[in-house]
Design a protein around this ligand. Structure first.
Ligand code: DTR
Ligand code: ZN
Ligand code: ZN
Length: 314
């Protein structure tokens, strides 16, 4: 469900040009082209991808952990959907804890390959359960965003790349392997990496990574348009797949709906849900299954992802 969010209004464009004219910075240049408006991301489609990941876990011993048949089946399932949509996909192999791991990289043909906007999420679960919120939610949301790019035949000026990481749960191994494997100048071509790890926690919070200011502002603008307050994610540093990119000097940002920490009374007042309970009481547990999501958080965060992908790549 698409909710009103601040686009780049005509008034804002006029003010921007007026400001530049006042400083004589430009005389007759046309106003900056408006960023293409992001389409709605179908939360029903995102939930369908989660159902598919649940089915993979159900058919493979109940989890999708690094080294398991369930993880490789998850990779194969997403690759098939992306290939069918016209993405250029590649599977990057690595070894961790004596097992073969896999990253899935999907490039949308077109755009300036010297300016890459990346969106990523780890696809592996813990061995205790199917990992639907952690992190089927981020994986499914960026998958549906990518499929929407294809459906809309979106042609941004920057190049779009989507990535699903392996072995996050055993130490950010897949994303670290990807960054370490990049040639030096390829790192500098990534203009921003957006990370989505747990975005539909059942007792949801709305946390925005406070790393790169421009990326942070993009997400905060989106939520301001929904009149939903956000808080900086003050526990994320180093705790998910944006960390290797940040250490390599890539601007990073992302969204998070909370894990084992307890929601305060003030947070329950602003976001709803239950004070004194964990944002996700099934974190790293067998009960992190298809029912362990907040549909409103999933919907809002999926649309926020599209807003940022369109806004940062146009
Ligand atoms: N490490 C993630 C969960 C996690 C905990 N804190 C944050 C902050 C930002 C993103 C993710 C997380 C995991 O268990 O996969
Ligand atoms: Zn986890
Ligand atoms: Zn996670």
């Amino acid at each position: 469900m698409k909710l009103s969010v601040p686009g780049r209004t005509a008034a804002a464009a006029v003010l921007a040009v007026a400001g530049l004219l006042a400083t004589n910075a430009i005389s007759t240049a046309a106003p900056a082209p408006k960023a293409a408006a992001a389409p709605d991301i179908s939360v029903a489609n995102v939930k369908a991808h989660l159902a598919d990941l649940q089915a993979v876990a159900d058919a493979n011993g109940g989890n999708r952990a690094h080294g398991s048949a369930g993880y490789k089946a998850s990779i194969d399932q997403l690759k098939s959907k992306l290939d069918a949509a016209g993405f250029t996909t590649s599977v990057q192999e690595f070894t961790a804890s004596g097992e073969t791991g896999y990253n899935l990289i999907a490039d949308w043909p077109g755009g300036d390959e010297g300016k890459v906007v990346m969106a990523g999420a780890h696809l592996d679960s813990v061995s205790e359960g199917p990992g639907i919120n952690d992190n089927g939610s981020g994986s499914a949301a960026i998958l549906e965003t990518a499929l929407t790019v294809a459906r809309e035949k979106y042609q941004p000026s920057k190049h779009l790349r989507f990535a699903w990481w392996g072995a996050e749960e055993i130490g950010l191994v897949g994303s670290s392997h990807y960054v370490d494997s990049l040639a030096g100048d390829d790192r500098s071509k990534i203009s921003g990496y957006l990370n989505f790890d747990m975005i539909s926690s059942p007792n949801a919070g709305y946390f925005v990574y406070d790393d790169d200011p421009a990326i942070e502002k993009t997400f905060k603008d989106y939520y301001a348009g929904l009149n939903v307050t956000t808080e900086p994610d003050d526990e994320g540093d180093g705790r998910s797949d944006h960390a290797p990119f940040q250490q390599a000097g890539v601007p990073v940002g992302g969204l998070f709906s909370g894990a084992e920490r307890t929601k305060s009374a003030e947070q329950a007042q602003q976001w709803g849900g239950t004070a004194g309970e964990a944002f996700d009481k099934c974190y790293h547990s067998a009960c992190d299954k298809e029912s362990n999501i907040d549909g409103t958080a999933l919907d809002r965060n999926s649309d926020a992802i599209a807003y940022a992908v369109w806004g940062l790549s146009s």
